[in-house]
Design a protein around this ligand. Sequence first.
Ligand SMILES: [Zn+2]
Length: 470
Amino acid sequence: MNVQFYSLGAAEEVTGSKHVLEIEGKSYLIDCGAFQGSRSEADKKNRNFGIAVDRIESAVLTHGHFDHCGLLPLLTKNGYKGNIYATPATRDIASLIMMDSANIQARDAKYLHGQAQKKGGEFNWTPLYTERDAIQATNQTIGVSYNRPINIGDGVELEFYDAGHILGSAFASITIKKGGEELNILATGDLGRKGKPIIRDPSIPKKAPDYIILESTYGDRLHDSTNDAIKKLGDIARRTVEKKGKILIPSFAIERTQELVYYFHLLVDDGTIPEVPIYVDSPMATNATTIFQVHPECYSEEIKKAFIQHHKNPFGFNSLHFTTSVQESKDLNDHAGPLIIISADGMCEAGRIQHHLIHNIQDPNTTIMTVGYMAENTLGRRIRNREKEVKIHGDWFKVNAKVEEINAFSAHADYKEILEWLNALDTSRLKGILLVHGEKKPQSFLKKFLEDNGYPNVEIVKYDKTYNIG
Ligand SMILES: [Zn+2]
């Protein structure tokens, strides 16, 4: 068999997931994510697509996060006419994320243009794509449910398995059949964790893979326990309520926000925290919550029970408000504390969270609670690193706010969870593991850890390197 693998994104870094399987001379794209980080660098990388679209036979999308789906509109804009395969929930979420990005890009272009004019500078940045391109990408996306194998090319079969990462997330199990031979490649997309509150645990695909394309975001970390994290969440909320401060939580609009809402629901329900106003200030998070409500096929048993047996809505309660208009969002600036604001983007690189930071980051009564991954060179990482001053929208702000970190809500497996998942797989045919989606340090740690635990052929995937796996 003639099968090669290479990466166009998320090799020795975490954003921009874009992997290619070359099968008998045809290209199959796994994920088509955007790079995130410093604006100019990310922009340069995003514009340089790296593959001629007419060579792509099919595209597969593992889940709807921006760093996995964010460049699909650019793919279709560049002339890709084929199918994009994703689970139905992923199709919905990706549509939302791509539209949101198109919107943000249009808004940013306008804002930055205005700023440049004010300062008399030159400005010629144009968005990567528009809403029209995002709609086209959604139109080319075919919903394929979990455990429903489908042919995506000549002798190439795709089956999605629950990845336990976010709603709709899937492992892509790709089986290539040729002349009585079979080769199975299991691409994890992002590998989730057991015990997340809304979705099911990562599944164990029944097919024995020959190669695993494995993510390694937290390859050198162990997460805190979720119970400790909920307690910490309660403590931080209580303390901030006492000093009538605001809590700003930069959060991914998908999954993390709904989880936080669910945890706050539990904390209010059992009286751990008083009924503080909680605002989900992200139109995308509000819309995403609606998507959560229409995909019960992705729910864990716990949530199914809450909905079906108790007729309770775990995504809504009295003190919880979903803002939609810009005015409502701005009104929060004048809203006295105590107040909790959950807003996107999760790495503070865009969106309404930046405006909330501008208004509150210099106030010592504010708590900024980071609850998710912060990539290098992002504003979120700088805040989490407790830099004394940060630049937002071109101006410098002193970080007088208290910065807290909870890492137990991660949607990515830590290294022990990765090993546990691998050990549960049928590895009788396994020839190698290709590590992607991780920074250098976690990747080398994970490579050694897996080698020490009985997985001898672990490769850290490099750009410009093609791996023969057929
Ligand atoms: Zn993800």
